[in-house]
Design a protein around this ligand. Structure first.
Ligand code: UDP
Ligand code: MG
Length: 138
């Protein structure tokens, strides 16, 4: 079984889409092995998105991700990383397929409702950034 790391971003909480998104997670057969509410500091966001530090959207993105509470989580499924990426859809909701979480719930390319790890290696790093071993189900 593979694990992936997810974030319900500030817009998802602000717009009260948490219940809908958790329903999608359950309907699609993921096992939730970790879930918690977090207020990221700007520093947390800068570290988390460090791979994007040279990109023009980095500063705005870090301000955005620390602008309100988020929910971080760990999902388990066969092929969890790709399965979650398929369910959330393209980064820009205008390009996301019908029925995907970003198509349904994102506000913009930046405020796009959810995060998902892009590889198993990054999933492991991202999980460790937010969760200790004792916070996760075995
Ligand atoms: N982002 C943005 N503008 C862009 C590209 C990305 O604001 O032109 C934000 C958006 O919130 C995205 C995050 O930066 O989810 C990380 O970008 P990435 O390319 O990794 O997209 P993702 O993997 O989240 O689809
Ligand atoms: Mg990414």
């Amino acid at each position: 079984m593979e694990r992936t790391f997810i974030i319900l971003k500030p817009d998802a909480l602000e717009n009260k889409h948490v219940g809908h998104i958790l329903t999608k997670i359950e309907e699609n057969g993921f096992r939730i092995v970790g879930l918690k509410l977090v207020q990221m500091t700007k520093y947390d966001a800068q570290k988390f998105y460090e791979v994007h530090k040279e990109r023009p959207f980095y500063e705005d993105l870090c301000n955005y991700m620390s602008s309100g509470p988020v929910i971080v989580g760990v999902l388990e499924a066969e092929n969890a990383v790709q399965k979650w990426r398929d369910l959330i859809g393209a980064t820009d909701p205008k390009e996301a397929k019908e029925g995907t979480i970003r198509k349904l719930y994102a506000q913009s390319k930046e405020a796009n409702a959810v995060h998902g790890s892009d590889s198993e290696e990054n999933a492991i790093k991202e999980i460790h950034y937010f969760f200790s071993e004792r916070e996760l189900l075995p």
